[in-house]
Design a protein around this ligand. Structure first.
Ligand SMILES: Cc1cc2nc3c(=O)[nH]c(=O)nc-3n(C[C@H](O)[C@H](O)[C@H](O)COP(=O)(O)O)c2cc1C
Length: 173
């Protein structure tokens, strides 16, 4: 599979087969995250991989009751062990770096026949409590992982290409 094929095929999967994700595949996803770029090579990402059914149901509750979250056989709690460094550009490093790592995971998952869904709607304090995550660690996102019930590619609802870029100056084409 080419990178382009993986990008085009990736979609948010909200329905999963009740089939566990093999440990070897979980390791391959984590390896894709490990190789991601990060500001000053900080590599602040940390992951708690949750397979336990009871914990998954609790995570779904803490994710604003999104039931499909608990139905995924595996949930990555995507964290940062961070000093909250702000770059010269004014942006904080860690949410960007963790997001890049997650994107690596989502694309590698496509190649491995897995589906994923980013989850940003959750209560951080509750997630931390469920997975015994220390107070100083930030939870950036959850990511559900599993075998999709419907692996077909979908057409993506996206802005037209022409509307998202300029050349040389804002507003110039
Ligand atoms: C940062 C972020 C947070 C998201 N949070 C949620 C969420 O809490 N629940 C959900 O069902 N989808 C969530 N999504 C998935 C988006 O709705 C989805 O990516 C978008 O609609 C585009 O669809 P696609 O991923 O199928 O291309 C999130 C995506 C991102 C990138």
């Amino acid at each position: 599979m080419t990178v382009e094929e993986a990008i085009r095929k990736r979609k948010s999967v909200r329905s999963y087969l009740p089939k566990p994700v093999e440990d070897e595949k979980i390791i391959q996803l984590l390896e894709a995250a490990r190789l991601a770029p990060s500001a000053s090579n900080r590599q602040e990402w940390r992951f708690v991989v949750v397979k336990d059914e009871g914990k998954r149901k609790l995570l779904a509750d803490a994710a604003c009751g999104q039931d499909f979250v608990g139905e995924a056989p595996c949930i990555f709690i995507c964290c940062a062990e961070t000093d909250e460094h702000v770059m010269t550009c004014g942006q904080m490093c860690y949410p960007i770096d963790v997001a890049i790592a997650i994107d690596h995971i989502t694309l590698r998952a496509v190649e491995l026949g897995l589906g994923t869904c980013w989850i940003g709607a959750f209560h951080e304090d509750r997630i931390k409590h469920i997975a015994s995550i220390p107070e100083e660690i930030r939870v950036v996102e959850l990511l559900t992982v599993g075998y999709p019930t419907d692996p077909k590619a979908i057409s993506k609802r996206r802005l037209p290409l022409d509307s998202i870029y300029f050349i040389d100056e804002w507003g110039k084409k």
